[in-house]
Write a protein that binds this ligand. Structure first.
Ligand code: PMV
Length: 324
């Protein structure tokens, strides 16, 4: 049986940066995100006793040894749960180019988890699927449920899971990804999480988290876009300050990143309201109301250094799309 699943990437409004438990990928804080309609991965998994080893193809090409190993480790978890020993063939396609700097680990591990679990004959609840996806890549757990999602940090592992806060149609907001980066990031988020604690500002960040989460959830519930935007923008800067002051320091921004940030603030001061957030890479996610998408997209596309703009609406979570 070959099972194919589709999973969206997600953008975090409250970020996951730093782990309480390295192996179990238990984060230091809960996080909140939105699934993205225009950035997704489609993955098919087939287990068979004909295969001599696990194989992985990304966008039609044989993946590197390291990538294949990470996927094999995840397949081992699925094999141990389902008590099967067969190797698997995994084919994965991202609808965004690798060189765009858009991370594929969240959508990739969410799609792999869903397709792999089904192909192995497991029947897991959404909560169990998010826990399994988390073990592959932390932020992948947020790509399983629909729309606007919270990942509850938990303490032991089985209580560290993601759930939907609101359906995609709850709120007419968009994420315009201003792509400025050329290549995949130099320092992976896995390496970044491990050194987060070395920043003198990390403790302060974590202590303030609970209150921040409470405030942003209330702003989302009330659809208070201004309050919501102010919190998410300050949160992105907070995380990047921790990154830049860790040992060794991590600078994910390019000059073009800062240029877009300054423009977003400038346009906002003149009445066109949007807020930015940035993950472990140089691209800027501009969060705006749907009514402002056209004006903002036009302006972003005119900026030198912006290679493209991807317009994302809130999306459903991971789904099985084919079983053959
Ligand atoms: O899931 P990871 O290990 O790729 O970490 C994601 C880290 C950030 O994208 C920077 C923040 C987040 O919560 O998505």
């Amino acid at each position: 049986m070959k099972v194919t699943a589709k999973a969206p990437s997600n953008i975090a409004f409250i970020k996951y940066w730093g782990k309480r438990d390295e192996k179990l990928r238990i984060p230091e804080n809960s996080s909140i995100s939105m699934n993205l309609s225009r950035a997704f991965t489609i993955t098919s998994v087939e287990f068979s006793n004909k295969f001599k080893s696990d194989s992985l193809f990304i966008n039609g090409l044989k993946a590197s040894v390291d990538e294949t190993k990470r996927v094999s480790i995840h397949l081992d978890l699925i094999r141990s749960l389902s008590k099967i020993n067969d190797f698997a063939r995994v084919e994965s396609r991202n609808n965004f180019p690798k060189a765009s700097g858009i991370a594929s680990s969240a959508s990739g591990f969410a799609a792999l988890t869903l397709a792999g679990a089904k192909a192995a004959g497991l029947s897991l609840s959404e909560k169990e699927l998010t826990i399994l996806a988390r073990l592959g890549s932390g932020s992948a757990c947020r790509s399983i449920p629909d729309g606007f999602v919270e990942w509850k940090m938990g303490r032991t592992g089985n209580d560290s899971y993601a759930h939907s806060l609101f359906a995609p149609q709850f709120w007419n907001i968009c994420d315009l990804i201003a792509v400025v980066g050329k290549s995949s990031k130099k320092v992976s988020s896995s390496e970044g999480h491990a050194i987060a604690e070395s920043s003198p500002f990390y403790k302060t960040r974590i202590v303030a988290m609970e209150n921040k989460l409470k405030k942003i959830k209330l702003a989302m519930k009330n659809k208070d876009f201004t309050k919501f935007g102010e919190i998410l923008e300050a949160e992105a800067i907070n995380m990047h300050m921790v990154m830049m002051t860790s040992n060794p320091p991590l600078y994910y921004w390019l000059p073009e990143t800062l240029k877009v940030m300054v423009k977003v603030m400038e346009w906002r001061n003149k009445g066109l309201e949007s807020y930015f957030t940035i993950d472990a890479g140089p691209n800027v996610h501009v969060i705006c109301r749907t009514k402002d998408v056209d004006r903002l997209t036009k302006r972003l596309r005119k900026l030198s250094g912006v290679r493209s703009v991807l317009v994302n609406t809130p999306a459903l979570g991971a789904r099985i799309i084919e079983v053959v």
